[in-house]
Design a protein around this ligand. Structure first.
Ligand SMILES: C[S@@+](CC[C@H](N)C(=O)[O-])C[C@H]1O[C@@H](n2cnc3c(N)ncnc32)[C@H](O)[C@@H]1O
Length: 187
């Protein structure tokens, strides 16, 4: 076997293993690691209230940060803030970690289940998940202090009233973005 054949076989194995790991993670999380489309992401980030100064220092979290696109956009928008991603699926986690290292110093990505995290000190929370995740996350969102902001793409928080709902329609894709401003921890 030549060196080229060996590289080819190794690459093929890496791709096959990555696909298998991704399928396994997807079955566990019940959500595809699909990135937010660029135009949806841009609109979602534009909904962050002006009370959040772009040069301010905040804790910003992407729950299920996928391949890291939203983390990078957030870190560009808030260069002095701490931008944190939680991602349970190994392949997106590794890639987003590398992208974070290469692109920005204020991004930290953790390979962990966000449902077990304390997010009460977050100022801005972003997510693009599923109805079931939103139901599970409602108690965590209730721990946020007053004046914080939650942006959810596509899925609302059950039984919460959104401060705004933006409907987007483009490329056969209709979606809503929900923005919530918190009023303090709920019992
Ligand atoms: C639809 S993707 C969104 C990715 C990214 N936030 C974006 O908007 O581009 C949702 C991600 O959440 C991750 N995820 C789902 N449940 C999770 C959990 N309990 N803990 C951590 N990550 C989770 C999935 O692996 C997936 O990558």
């Amino acid at each position: 076997m030549s060196i080229f054949e060996l590289i080819y076989v190794v690459l093929l194995l890496v791709i096959m293993i990555s696909v298998l790991i991704s399928f396994h993670a997807e079955r566990k999380t019940k959500v595809v690691p699909a990135p937010t489309l660029r135009h949806v992401r841009n609109r979602a980030l534009s909904l962050i209230p002006d009370t959040f100064d772009r040069n301010g220092s905040y804790k910003i979290i992407d729950l299920g940060s996928g391949w890291g696109g939203v983390l990078i956009a957030l870190s560009n928008l808030f260069p002095n803030s701490e931008v944190v991603g939680y991602e349970i699926s190994p392949c997106p986690f590794i890639l987003s970690k590398i992208r974070g290292w290469m692109r920005s110093k204020n991004i930290t990505v953790y390979s962990t289940n966000f449902l077990n995290q304390n997010i009460s000190d977050a100022d801005i929370v972003f997510c693009y998940l599923s109805p079931n995740h939103m139901k599970q996350l409602a108690p965590l969102f209730s721990t946020l202090g007053a004046g914080k902001c939650i942006i959810s793409c596509a899925f609302p928080i059950p039984e919460w009233v959104a401060d705004s709902e933006d409907r987007l329609s483009r490329y056969f894709c209709n979606t809503s973005i929900y923005c919530y401003k918190t009023s303090g921890p709920k019992p």
